[in-house]
Design a protein around this ligand. Structure first.
Ligand code: AMP
Ligand code: MG
Length: 346
């Protein structure tokens, strides 16, 4: 796991604060590592035994995702190997829903979110757990050779359990894996009878029911350094996801390169430091945070509208904050004088 990720996660996780938590039920906290990050589950209940049993199952679910949904591991690894060798793969039933979701998210983001970019991500050195120190960025020719293959979910066709690819590609679900894990986690807890809980996967957070008596405010980390930009109040059923350039990056010859790639030119998206999205659909929130990051300030309205996102906030390279009117109404700035640009969505 990436240790920097863990620190970033701890930072955000530590900022979630409940003003006046419930006197009626107790809160039980569980921490474990999954998906390369710290997962914290807080359950508000009087039934500790059921809470613990529910979290055990949730932990197993996430261990299954860990073992099977990295591009080079388990079930997804097998699909990638078969596609590479034969252009055709036989999928386990657990893989198909992720492929369908990925294709839909690529479609509604008009290709800015592209979970078939694994070869490009690997070329930049971000597919490995640890990027080898001192590895230079790829050459322009190497990047264009990958893009010439037109890797995209739209090139895949599904017939029953068979997956065919019309181009060379590697599936990489890293852009929505945490959202998927949160969605699965919420379903697992609900199925186990848990009503009020918070699941925090490395700073990406789902709120179930009414955990405590008051609203939860989540701190949004400043991408430019330590501290927070402000807090955002969360509501029942929502998920908040942040994509930041600080999560994975390297420096080479004094230049900074991060892990969120613009599928149009193959380079790290140039105009954004971080994006935060709130949505009731955790998978959509995760994909949209990545897509809006790529879209940058000038593409925000178009991509947010295409993806059905009303609550978003983008910090650009000048540390200016661009946020939808709806998000601004829930955002309490921490007092720094960041320039705020409020966006009216159609
Ligand atoms: P996130 O932190 O959710 O923004 O996801 C970033 C991860 O998604 C990267 O580490 C890559 O594995 C993958 N990725 C990078 N660029 C894209 C993109 N344009 N669309 C989809 N996934 C991407
Ligand atoms: Mg994402």
């Amino acid at each position: 796991m990436n240790i920097r990720n863990l620190f970033a996660s701890l930072c955000i996780a530590g900022l979630a604060a409940c003003a006046g938590c419930s006197e009626r039920s107790s809160v039980y906290e569980y921490n474990f590592l999954a998906l390369g990050t710290l997962v914290k589950v807080s359950i508000y209940t009087d039934d500790e035994a059921s809470a613990t049993a529910a979290v055990d199952l949730l932990e197993q679910d996430l261990a299954f995702l860990d073992a099977n949904f990295y591009p080079d591991r388990g079930l997804l690894g097998q699909v990638n190997t078969q596609l590479r060798d034969n252009g055709i793969a036989v999928m386990d039933p657990a893989v198909a829903p992720l492929i369908e979701r990925g294709a839909e998210l690529e479609r509604i983001s008009r290709g800015l979110f592209n979970p078939a970019l694994g070869e490009l991500v690997a070329l930049w050195g971000f597919l490995q757990d640890e990027r080898p120190a001192g590895l230079p960025p790829p050459l322009a020719d190497e990047i264009s050779a990958v893009l010439r293959q037109r890797p995209a979910m739209a090139r895949l066709t599904i017939a029953g359990s068979e997956l065919k690819s019309g181009s060379r590609l590697i599936l990489d679900f890293g852009g929505f894996a945490k959202g998927y894990a949160l969605e699965q986690g919420v379903a697992r807890l609900r199925g186990s009878g848990v009503e009020n809980a918070i699941i925090n996967a490395g700073g990406d957070i789902s709120i179930m029911g009414q955990p405590g008596d008051r609203a939860w405010r989540i701190g949004i980390r400043s991408p430019g350094g330590p501290g927070v930009l402000g807090g955002i109040e969360m509501r029942s059923g929502e998920t908040i996801v942040t994509s930041g350039d600080y999560e994975r990056f390297f420096e080479y010859d004094g230049e900074f390169f991060h892990h969120i790639l613009d599928p149009r030119d193959g380079y790290p998206a140039a105009h954004t430091r971080s994006v935060t999205v709130i949505h009731n659909d955790a998978v959509l929130a995760d994909a949209a945070a990545t897509a809006l990051f790529v879209a940058g300030p000038s593409g925000l309205i178009g991509t947010a509208t295409d993806m059905g996102v009303r609550y978003f906030m983008l910090v650009d390279r000048e540390q200016h904050i661009h946020l939808s009117r709806e998000m601004s109404e829930r955002f309490v700035p921490a007092g720094h004088d960041h320039e705020l640009h409020i966006i009216e969505l159609p």
